[in-house]
Design a protein around this ligand. Structure first.
Ligand SMILES: *[C@@H]1O[C@H](CO)[C@@H](O)[C@H](O)[C@H]1NC(C)=O
Ligand SMILES: *[C@@H]1O[C@H](CO)[C@@H](O)[C@H](O)[C@H]1NC(C)=O
Ligand SMILES: *[C@@H]1O[C@H](CO)[C@@H](O)[C@H](O)[C@H]1NC(C)=O
Ligand SMILES: *[C@@H]1O[C@H](CO)[C@@H](O)[C@H](O)[C@H]1NC(C)=O
Ligand SMILES: *[C@@H]1O[C@H](CO)[C@@H](O)[C@H](O)[C@H]1NC(C)=O
Length: 291
């Protein structure tokens, strides 16, 4: 037992030494998939990074694939967060993080919940950072669900056991959103809690926060949610910069912008299910931030 552990440890140190000796090596990358898919959906991104940045260590998070991606956001944040902290510890020089769709919201909440992470650059690829008010992607399992009444399902105790319910943000039922939603209002600091502290430092310590989204997405609604913009009570989209989350620097977005570390990228002609399947997205908008 002792010998095995010792050998394992030596191999581990040897690998780390190899990694650290390679002065040209890129930082390790962690990739988090979207809802109702798994790590296989992120293989094009992983493979392209490997091809263009040879030698990059890539961890394509397998947890919560398929149906289990609908488990509550906090549960996923805790579990994937522990994995990311473990990976962080293996790479003292830091890692980069990419999250697609729901995975980008999970990733961002992980950064705020685990402020001791060593993530350098974080790329949010079309993620509902300010919430979601569109049901198209849910029709597979909730065929009759419509926006207008979805709050009746999501803003309830049982609705909060579903990940989507945790970031469902109905502009016409904000009082119920604040009352029932036990995830997004905390993560976006619309509500304070000592039980779920959200650390600004988790985002302000990043070298870059890169938010990618676009008007032809079709699923993220409004698409500006990928840039922290959202609907007001009249369903008019308010730009991130005119919302409290930015103006009052609730989570560190303004701090990041003022030191030129916030990058907003808008790409047209990309539907939601293409972001992670389009090599030109990887080449143009991911690789430049993977140092
Ligand atoms: C949360 O707490 C901070 C610091 O105590 C305070 O400035 C802020 O107004 C509070 N936010 C809400 C939504 O209560
Ligand atoms: C919504 O529109 C009505 C009528 O145009 C207006 O009076 C109200 O101030 C608007 N509310 C918001 C939040 O913009
Ligand atoms: C964000 O940063 C840019 C570039 O530094 C600056 O021009 C802009 O005024 C900033 N926006 C706000 C709202 O602070
Ligand atoms: C988007 O697609 C339309 C129609 O296919 C095309 O005319 C337009 O040039 C495209 N725009 C970009 C930015 O690729
Ligand atoms: C791939 O991405 C580019 C932008 O980098 C976009 O113009 C193009 O339409 C996308 N193709 C598909 C099939 O989504």
């Amino acid at each position: 037992m002792a010998i095995m552990a010792c050998t394992g440890f030596n191999i581990f140190i040897f690998l780390l030494t190899l990694l650290n000796n390679d002065v040209n090596s890129y930082h390790a990358v962690v990739v988090i998939h979207g809802v109702l898919t798994g790590s296989d959906s992120m293989e094009l991104i992983s493979n392209r990074i490997q091809e263009m940045h040879p030698g990059t260590q890539i961890y394509n998070i397998p947890n919560f694939a398929g149906w289990s991606s609908l488990e509550s956001m906090w549960h996923q944040v805790q579990e994937i967060g522990m994995n990311i902290m473990y990976i962080s510890a293996l790479f003292p020089k830091g890692i980069n993080l990419i999250g697609y769709s729901q995975g980008g919201l999970l990733a961002r909440a992980i950064l705020q919940t685990f402020p001791n992470h060593n993530v350098r650059n974080f790329i949010s690829l079309s993620s509902p950072q300010a919430g979601q008010y569109g049901t198209r992607f849910l029709h597979l399992f909730f065929p009759d669900l419509v926006c207008k009444t979805a709050y009746e399902l999501f803003y309830s105790k049982s609705g909060q056991h579903i990940s989507v319910g945790n970031y469902w943000n109905d502009p016409h039922h904000q009082e119920l959103y604040y009352q029932y939603s036990n995830f997004l209002p905390y993560v976006n600091k619309e509500k304070n809690s000592t039980k779920m502290p959200m650390f600004k430092q988790g985002l302000t310590k990043l070298n870059r926060l890169v938010l990618v989204g676009g008007p032809d997405d079709g699923i993220i609604t409004p698409w500006q949610s990928s840039h922290f913009g959202y609907y007001d009570a009249n369903q008019t989209v308010i730009d991130m910069r005119d919302r409290s989350i930015y103006k009052d620097d609730l989570i560190g977005l303004r701090t990041l912008n003022e030191s030129e570390r916030l990058v907003l990228i808008t790409v047209s002609n990309v539907t939601h299910n293409e972001w992670h399947k389009n090599v030109s997205i990887v080449d143009n908008f991911l690789l430049p931030y993977l140092d």
